[in-house]
Design a protein around this ligand. Structure first.
Ligand code: GLP
Length: 250
């Protein structure tokens, strides 16, 4: 794991966008693994800006998103399909047919998980996966305790995750209880991974991530065993990580 420390959210977003753009240029038919949430919004805005300014093309890119809520369709403003169209896909030149997100309305959800895992394999695997981190260390929706050998599966969301995401709903009751998520093995098979973290809300989990051994209690800790991971985090998010700890990862 390598660490890039940035002064703030803007610089973190620009660094992440730089890595994604370099990948797209190097391999114009890359498979990009994408995340949702607040952290990656600035990165997507930077990609859209770059596309407008420099015409970086996504015409041959395929995208696979990490996760989707069960029960929310593409027109629901809190579905991740809606989020991706709104914040990225409708502003760049990627054909929507090349953007893949688990179907939260699938009649047979188990079957949908199988289909999604096979789809990623058929596409040739993920070249570059973008990750955020949950306050409890989740990646995608792989909550603490998720086996490291998991593939795309159904999850019951942790109460803390539902609470954290309830800011987008009018009440906690409205937040879905289940989701489909890529598994930890699915994520770990990616050739390169970038994990983004910003703000003091993420300071505690980042200190845990850097200080503790690989443990099921912190799903993101498995990333330490991946050969090509870059953590891009701003000063606030790193405020509880000691200087000595940081040095290990530079
Ligand atoms: C969410 C998403 C993750 C995201 C993480 C952090 O629940 N399922 O993909 O990376 O939690 O979210 P945020 O960036 O809003 O803090």
């Amino acid at each position: 794991m390598k660490l890039i420390e940035t002064k703030d959210y803007k610089e973190m977003s620009e660094k992440a966008a730089e890595i994604i753009i370099a990948q797209v240029k190097k391999k114009p038919n890359s498979v990009l693994g994408l995340a949702t949430g607040e952290t990656v919004l600035g990165t997507y805005a930077a990609l859209v800006y770059d596309h407008r300014q420099h015409r970086t093309s996504y015409q041959y890119i395929q995208t696979v998103n990490l996760d989707e809520y069960i029960g929310l369709g593409p027109n629901h403003p809190n579905s991740y399909r809606y989020y991706m169209n709104e914040h990225l896909f409708s502003h760049i030149d990627i054909p929507l047919s090349q953007t893949h997100i688990p179907n939260g309305l699938a009649a047979d959800v188990e079957e949908e998980c199988k289909r999604y895992e096979e789809l990623i394999e058929k596409l040739g695997g993920i070249d570059l996966q973008v990750l955020g981190i949950g306050r409890n260390g989740h990646i995608g929706f792989n909550e603490p305790g998720t086996p490291f050998d998991s593939i795309t599966h159904i999850v019951e969301l942790a109460e803390s995750t539902r609470e954290a995401n309830s800011r987008f709903y009018s009440s906690l009751e409205e937040v879905p209880t289940h989701a489909i998520t890529m598994g930890i093995t699915t994520i770990m098979k990616s050739k390169q991974i970038i994990l983004l973290a910003s703000g003091e809300k993420k300071a505690h989990i980042l200190s845990q991530l850097f200080e503790r051994e690989v443990t099921l209690n912190i799903p993101a800790s498995i990333l330490k065993t991946h050969p090509n991971v870059v953590v891009i985090a701003d000063k606030e998010a790193l405020s509880l990580v000691s200087k000595d700890q940081r040095k290990v990862y530079v």
